[in-house]
Design a protein around this ligand. Structure first.
Ligand SMILES: Cc1ncc(C[n+]2csc(CCOP(=O)(O)OP(=O)(O)O)c2C)c(N)n1
Ligand SMILES: [Mg+2]
Length: 615
């Protein structure tokens, strides 16, 4: 107990407090908030409080970078992001949604209008005629796991403690927002010195309740054709070894989700690849027949469940090992609320002696063998004249070393990656697919590299995503944070184009072209846009590759360099991609004048009845 006080402003106190916070798991203690993006705290950050300051070019991107960082650190560390009042703050809302949906911690510190209202409306203040208490920062409420506005200095300590608790609770974590009125930030106060003592926040590993463990074990032991769905929770909890042990002891095959890919190395005999709408047909064949699904650390998105069509066994039961009761309870499953590693270790004991029968194992091996050949072919199509995207992904996969990281988020690549990528290390596959946010790629890659500078980071970005948010190349250059950025140019939205075609909408409005005076549509010539030149203008080194061989060469040059390098490659958006044999529920117009839409509707109506409720 220390009775003394320290006189600091609210902003200064905040920085000093953050610098003293630590997280701890498995006896490893580290800074909880090792750095901050944004401008407002710089003066303090560079002096006594020691909170490393980074400047981003766009506030949304700095939240993405923070998410990339925290994800690489398995949620044991998080960044703070500060922004000015108004647009600087609302630019962070998309990042907040992304963080919360992906369950990744980030501390957001948007500025707010004056608490005194001395001269309102201030610049950029939202005026609501019904209430002076409404601000644009209220938009963070639904996308934050904790939200508060600090209208008086006295409110700060309890808000900070609540914020740290949520950031370090793996079941609760996501974006945490503390809105800071500009005048209050500058106000001085006599803070109790105790506020600034070093605090260690243990990141818990809750063990399963014995009765729940018994229920889960009972269901699992009755299984004849079980399948594991490994989600991001396996990786964040560092449970990958425990997962492998359980799989090897029981013979249960392991499929993965976008966040869980790499939980088990792709060539492990129990690994069957991605499950769901963009999964591998191997995992999807097993999923269709499985009588028990053991979901671990997954939130069962519609891609994972193929919009609830992936699992078709009428006697199917789910066992859900998850740290969040919310996820553990999904699909009327037997809930096993626990840390993934603690839960897997407990199951290893209670499942001892259980093994799937040899015929099931033989079937898994057989399906996997055939699928390997399909992937090999997709990696080496020899597509002409421009390479297929699957060849670029294949060349990258073969080029990357075990500890290298690939970062992606949106477009046609997440699906191709989920199906085709061969991940070796649990941190190798970094695809943001909770929010699938165009623009995450380069910024998220920057954060991933900051988190683990010893790894090479390869960012895959489509031309559409690049045009949305490429500006953090400048940050990478300024900070001398080396990224290799693979810019996949296909002159538009390959993803939405093929979805649109499949749904009878004829790729309408999905390519970047001149408006054609003859048709009135955007189906004229290709635009005179040179994204490689654009990347060079932002300070990156650029290699242009026209063929797969040149692409490989470009990767080699990028690896040998210590500068951020963009490898620019044009691909054919219409090249073939293997089928996942999964479905995704995208409603098609019930009435239409177009034949293509009418036949797509008929296909939709034929598929819809296989959707299950999992009650
Ligand atoms: C911010 C944002 N806006 C819109 C979308 C919807 N969307 C998903 S993929 C896509 C097109 C992506 O184009 P590109 O990056 O070129 O990738 P490609 O589909 O060509 O592989 C769009 C518009 C999104 N995911 N994120
Ligand atoms: Mg594109």
């Amino acid at each position: 107990m220390n009775d003394s006080t320290v006189r600091l402003t609210v902003a200064q106190a905040l920085v000093r407090f953050l610098a003293a916070q630590r997280s701890e798991r498995d006896d490893v203690e580290q800074r909880l908030i090792p750095g901050c993006f944004g401008a407002l705290l710089e003066a303090h950050a560079t002096s006594s409080a020691d909170l490393r300051y980074y400047m981003a070019r766009n506030e949304q991107a700095m939240v993405h970078a923070s998410v990339g960082f925290a994800r690489m650190r398995n949620r044991l560390q998080a960044f703070a992001c500060t922004a000015s009042i108004g647009p600087g703050s609302t630019n962070m809302v998309t990042g907040a949604a992304l963080a919360t949906i992906n369950r990744i911690p980030v501390l957001l510190l948007p500025s707010d209008f004056f608490a005194t209202r001395a001269a309102n409306p201030v610049l950029q203040e939202l005026e609501d005629p019904r209430s002076y208490d409404v601000s644009v920062n209220d938009a963070f409420k639904p996308v934050s796991r904790f939200w508060d506005r600090i209208n008086r200095p006295e409110q700060l300590p309890s808000a900070l403690l609540a914020a740290m608790r949520v950031l370090t609770d793996p079941a609760e974590t996501g974006a945490v927002t503390l809105a800071l009125p500009q005048d209050v930030q500058a106000e001085a106060y006599d803070w109790p010195a105790d506020l600034f003592r070093v605090r260690v926040w243990p990141v818990p590993r809750p063990v399963p309740e014995p009765a729940a463990l018994a229920r889960a074990t009972g269901v699992l032991r009755s299984a004849r054709q079980p399948l594991i769905v490994a989600g991001g929770g396996v990786i964040y909890s560092e449970a990958t070894r425990a997962l492998r042990s359980l799989a090897e002891a029981t013979g249960i095959p392991v499929s993965d989700t976008q966040a869980g890919k790499g939980a088990l190395a792709w060539d492990h005999p129990c690994a069957v690849g991605g499950v769901g709408a963009t999964g591998s047909p191997v995992a999807n064949a097993l999923a269709r027949e499985a009588d028990v699904i053991l979901g671990i650390g997954t939130r069962y998105s519609d891609f994972t469940t193929a919009s609830r069509t992936a699992f078709q066994n009428p006697d199917l039961r789910f066992v859900n090992l998850n740290i969040a009761a919310f996820d553990a309870g999904k699909h009327a499953g037997v809930a096993l609320v626990a840390d993934a590693r603690a839960g897997l270790e407990a199951l290893a004991e209670t499942m001892s002696g259980y093994r799937v029968d040899d015929a099931y194992t033989a079937r898994v091996r057989e399906l996997s063998r055939g699928w390997r050949q399909v992937v090999d072919r997709a990696y080496h199509l020899g597509h002409q004249p421009r390479p297929a995207q699957t060849e670029i992904l294949g060349a990258l996969n073969e080029f990357m070393q075990e500890r290298d990281v690939v970062v992606q988020a949106a477009g046609s690549m997440p699906g191709d990656l989920q199906m085709l990528w061969r991940a070796r290390d649990p941190k190798q596959y970094h695809v943001e697919y909770g929010y699938s946010c165009m623009g995450y790629e380069i910024a998220g890659g920057l954060g991933a590299k900051l988190a683990d500078p010893g790894r090479e980071v390869f960012v895959l970005v489509g031309d559409g995503s690049y045009l949305m948010m490429a500006q953090e190349i400048v940050t990478a250059v300024a900070e001398q944070i080396k990224l290799t950025i693979i810019l996949v140019q296909n002159h538009g939205f390959a993803s939405i184009g093929s979805l649109s075609q499949a749904l009878g909408s004829q790729r309408f409005g999905t390519s970047y072209r001149y408006r054609n005076p003859r048709t009135g549509l955007l189906d004229g010539d290709i635009l005179p846009v040179d994204l490689a030149a654009n990347a060079a203008s932002l300070g990156a080194d650029v290699v242009r590759a026209a063929t797969v061989a040149e692409f490989r060469d470009g990767l080699g040059r990028a690896r040998a360099s210590d500068r951020t390098t963009v490898v620019y490659v044009e691909t054919d958006p219409l090249a073939p991609v293997p089928s996942s044999e999964g479905w995704w529920d995208v409603p098609v117009s019930e009435v239409s004048a177009l034949d293509s839409t009418r036949s797509a509707r008929a296909a939709y109506e034929a598929a819809k009845p296989i959707q299950r409720r999992y009650l």
